[in-house]
Design a protein around this ligand. Structure first.
Ligand code: KMH
Ligand code: ZN
Length: 270
């Protein structure tokens, strides 16, 4: 089986220090968390950034500062900024990190409920526009899939020329769609041959989904954005602890871990 790509979603936009005091806000804290994940085996950092008080921001300058901090600590790691940002941000705000020409960025392929009264809006025109801009800037999209219809959108937009093949999907399970083995198998079965995929289980689903990703030949995302617990009732001290757990599991199950260079080859990054 292909080597395992581990993505660390170190920060997110919703989780706070009240949930886990180790959630990073400052540039230094973001660098620290990226380094902890990288040192344990993460080759991709899925990146949201915050103001020092924890407010989520898509500011180009803040992304630039955080990317520099991460690159100083982990020179070869792949940085994947979020273009999802936080619920309620405008498309223009969300697109700012693409002006830094990162190797990858997320492409959210549909609208979904995001708890309470929150709706994370991605209209067809938003998705097409984001895909077009990423294409022009040489950025490989990671297609964020929160339910099956989003796979169908991605395939439709690929046929219309907005998203290039081979496509790379991230199945985020436990937000809108449930997180079962059947759900994951259904999604994996629905993507075009030659695509790659990773899975992110939210909350208590993180580790079971990671185990499935490992045995099914996909890849795995973990991190504070999705889950702040190392085990039931025990907060993780760092993103590195969560990555370490996946590495241990992968070793037991016979999957080697991909380095950033190997990850670039697997995903066909520039
Ligand atoms: N924070 C969510 C509203 C992404 O990074 O592209 C969007 C999100 C997905 O986290
Ligand atoms: Zn995200």
């Amino acid at each position: 089986m292909e080597k395992l790509i581990i993505t660390a979603a170190i920060c997110g936009a919703e989780v706070t220090k009240e949930n886990n005091p180790n959630v990073p806000y400052t540039v230094e804290e973001i660098g620290r968390e990226a380094e902890s994940a990288y040192k344990k085996g993460a080759s991709i950092i899925h990146l949201h950034v915050r103001e020092d008080d924890g407010t989520p921001t898509q500011s180009k300058d803040r992304f630039k500062a955080c990317i520099e901090e991460i690159k100083n600590r982990c020179p070869d790691v792949i940085i994947q900024p979020s273009t999802g940002g936080a619920v309620g941000m405008s498309d223009e705000e969300r697109l700012q990190p693409t002006e830094l020409y990162p190797e990858m960025a997320t492409l959210d392929c549909g609208t979904l409920n995001f708890g309470g009264d929150e709706i994370f809006v991605n209209t067809e025109n938003t998705i097409k526009n984001f895909a077009k801009i990423m294409n022009e800037r040489g950025i490989k999209p990671e297609i964020e899939v929160f339910d099956k219809g989003m796979v169908d959108y991605a395939i439709r937009f690929h046929r219309q020329g907005f998203i290039k093949a081979p496509m790379h999907f991230d199945f985020v399970l436990g937000v809108q769609m449930t997180a079962s083995a059947r759900d994951l198998a259904f999604l994996v079965d629905s993507i075009p041959q030659g695509s790659t995929w990773t899975v992110a289980g939210v909350g208590r689903h993180e580790l079971p989904m990671a185990a499935l990703g490992i045995v099914m030949g996909g890849h795995v995302r973990v991190g504070f954005e999705d889950n702040v617990y190392l085990e039931k009732g025990v907060l993780a001290k760092s993103n590195g602890e969560l990555v370490e757990k996946v590495v241990r599991l992968a070793k037991e199950l016979g999957r080697e871990i991909a380095t950033p260079e190997e990850t670039r080859k697997i995903l066909g990054l520039r």
